[in-house]
Write a protein that binds this ligand. Structure first.
Ligand code: FAD
Ligand code: FES
Length: 252
């Protein structure tokens, strides 16, 4: 199934810091259809600097608009953080393929850092389907746990790991768990995704991972986001960002 992706100039409804360096922007834009795990490309400045749009997962859609949760890491996100209510920016999307949520089995969500973002919509969709929601979430510092508040508020059973406090990783929790026939959905740093994929492979479990690369066009044209798969090179923006982990041919 494909969704229509268009570029629109939209209004900023709000743009608030939820924790130092972390922001939630609401855009006055409601796409007709969005699948959990899809993303948008935002033009963070009306000038040529920076020239390229930046990719962000869609956090939530409601009647008033679309929410994006972002961390300030460089020039584009710093400019984004300065936008005020009433400012306008270009958005392209929804883009890519999201998570396929199985009707016939339960899932386990595994997130690291900003990898939590797509899982709010995943959890909402799973609940609509009458499924339970279970999350393993790892962050570096305690204050970043704020990112999990909304998804826990939905009633998600969460296993939270603070690296600095607990001296462990989310994959340590997954390793101790019985996965059974559940499908594992993962989003976060590359090292975490590879470990999740190898744990799933060892147990014969299904595993879908959302991969992050730098992107230029976001639409499968520039080839800037190519990843090697068992079926040749594929574009993260158009063929992903969610892939069956087996397609990526990672070796544990
Ligand atoms: C499909 C997809 C979904 C994404 N969803 C989100 C999201 O929901 N929320 C969010 O905050 N980010 C998300 N990102 C990452 C986001 O696109 C980048 O953080 C953003 O493009 C950085 O732009 P910038 O201009 O601020 O930084 P740049 O000027 O491009 O980079 C500045 C510095 O930050 C480093 N950097 C760039 N990206 C990251 C990163 N992701 N993590 C750590 N360091 C980085 C660069 O290597 C460089 O050193 C997503 C990326 C992809 C591909
Ligand atoms: S970003 Fe251009 S092909 Fe993916």
């Amino acid at each position: 199934m494909t969704t229509i992706s268009i570029t629109e100039t939209v209004e900023v409804i709000s743009n608030i810091a939820i924790s130092p360096g972390y922001h939630r922007i609401t855009l006055g834009w409601t796409p007709l259809e969005v699948r959990p795990g899809q993303f948008v490309m935002l033009k963070t400045s009306p000038t040529m600097d920076p020239l390229l749009r930046r990719p962000f997962a869609i956090y939530n859609i409601h009647d008033d608009g679309t929410e994006i949760l972002y961390r300030v890491v460089g020039r584009g996100t710093a400019l984004l953080s300065r936008l005020k209510r009433g400012d306008r920016l270009d958005v392209l999307g929804p883009l890519g393929k999201g998570f396929e949520l199985p009707e016939d089995r339960e899932t386990i969500m595994v997130a690291g850092g900003m990898g939590i973002v797509p899982f709010y919509m995943v959890a909402k969709e799973l609940l609509k389907m009458g499924k339970t929601t279970q999350l393993i979430y790892g962050v570096r510092r305690e204050e970043e746990l704020i990112l999990a508040d909304d998804i826990i508020g939905l009633g998600t059973e969460a296993h939270l790991v603070v690296e600095e406090r607990d001296n462990m990783l989310p994959t340590d929790i997954l390793e101790e768990m019985t996965i059974g026939d559940r499908r594992v959905l993962a989003c976060g740093p590359g090292g975490m995704l590879k470990k999740v994929a190898s744990l799933c492979e060892a147990r014969g479990a299904e595993c879908m991972v959302s991969v992050e690369t730098s992107m230029a066009c976001g639409m499968g044209v520039c080839m800037g986001c190519a990843v090697k798969t068992t079926d040749g090179y594929r574009m993260v923006c158009a063929d992903g960002p969610v892939f069956d982990a087996k397609e990526l041919g990672w070796k544990g």
